[in-house]
Design a protein around this ligand. Sequence first.
Ligand code: HEC
Length: 495
Amino acid sequence: MTPVASFFSLGLSLVAWHQPMKPENATTDKQVSYHRQIRPLVQVHCQGCHQPAKAQGAFIMTDHAALMKSGDRGLAGVVPGKPAESHMLEVMRPKNGKRADMPRGAEPLPEKDIALVEKWIREGAKDDTPASARDTVNADNPPVYGLPPVITTLDVSPDGKLLAVNGHHEVLLFEVGTWKLLGRLVGLSQQVQSLAFSPDGKWLGVSGGNPGRFGEIQVWDVQKRKLKVASSFTGDTLFGLSWSPDSRLIAFGGADNIVRAVDASNGKQVLQQGAHNDWVLGTCFSRDGKYLVSASRDRTLKLTEVATQRFIDNVTSITPGALKGGLQVGLVRPGKEKKMVKASSIAVASTEEKVYEEVLIGGADGMPRLYKIHRETKRVIGDDANKVREYPALAGRIYAMAFAPDGKIFAAGSSLDGAGFLRVVNAEDGKQVSQAEGQVGAIYALAFAPDGKTLFAGGFDGQVRVIDPATGKVLNQFTVLPGGPAAVSAKAGPG
Ligand code: HEC
């Protein structure tokens, strides 16, 4: 239910970071390159609506061959050597005094980019995609697995029936209990970094992308298993997706140090905050949806007002050394606290319930910490006034955390030298409820079932473990390997 951790590890081959590829200039006499110049433009401006999982106007733009084909109107997108007959070019320019038709609902491309497309078509619209960069995976040609994927993210639907787990190039939907694979949501992103069901259960939000090429936000219709929205941002993968409580907005972080939020119904950006100075890996909304909290490798947790996009405050202390490493996860605390309202010094008149306005953080130093979202006292240099509590550190770096739905206990997962550590902690008094240390591989993803009675953990070994949070025992586990053997095994538990 709660947004799970985003994922980052330089130690894994899954994450290879390159410099974002930028389209080159149109001014030279050099032949225009499809791979280096046209494809990146299309990726940013067109692909969200013209891809196999969502082919608007029946026109696909994700590879060279598809651009040559025609869509609903029967007009070829590109006719090599003939810009005037290429429908793709036609729709990018204003016509009959009306603004350009494409990209639909967005600013037209700058004329220099359109001129680049025109020059490429005039020169014969050649395909110079290197074999290594061809990506032919889609729903009809789903990814083939040699090994199970490293699980970087998972989430349970609010009704408790579906478990969504990242695969390669896709999200896999399993039926909770039978662990049957119910759906494969194949999108454009090779890497799925984070995913979360919307609080109303209708949508599944996904952040990911192709390293060094593009970042992407996907919104899937859970019932229909259809891609509703795909939107590109930045030249690298995106992290730490979270939903606003009203299921309208999606927030996420990027390797460009910026935290963004989009309208989930159309993928349009509604918020951008650039106060971080390192990658933003985790986001969460306050309980009332008015504020966004972002966790960054820059060792700060920042508060942004959603309506104004204004950076409000550092939630954590900004004193150097206060946090020993970058932050990975920021998680808003669900549930309510009971407060005694005293009538006199001895008699309790009533108890009132108040939603928690707290956020749990974790990262490089392995120590979970609970903070108040809003500052109650004036900032004094060096203070850490919002801090509510520190919890005993886990070995290694925390990659994942999840709150039980009532906000009373949380789970934290870490990794050190390939070994995973999982601890369930009482948020109130800091006491350990259970642990599964040493029994599980590196943990990158955690989520509680909506009834709080089971905990799902995933990580390096591609196994989903179904854990009893009260005891830390593994109740069940299965391998995420679509097309592979159905490796469901009831396990008696560790030891
Ligand atoms: C927000 C969604 C969206 C984006 C982004 C978008 N399109 Fe479209 N496009 C559509 C829809 C919807 C249609 C079909 C309905 C129509 O033609 O009006 C369409 C149709 C088309 C068609 C006509 C297909 C046919 O034969 O009917 C072309 C060509 C096209 N788009 C090119 C582009 C190009 C080039 C870009 C990027 C510069 C782009 N589109 C970006 C939504 C989008």
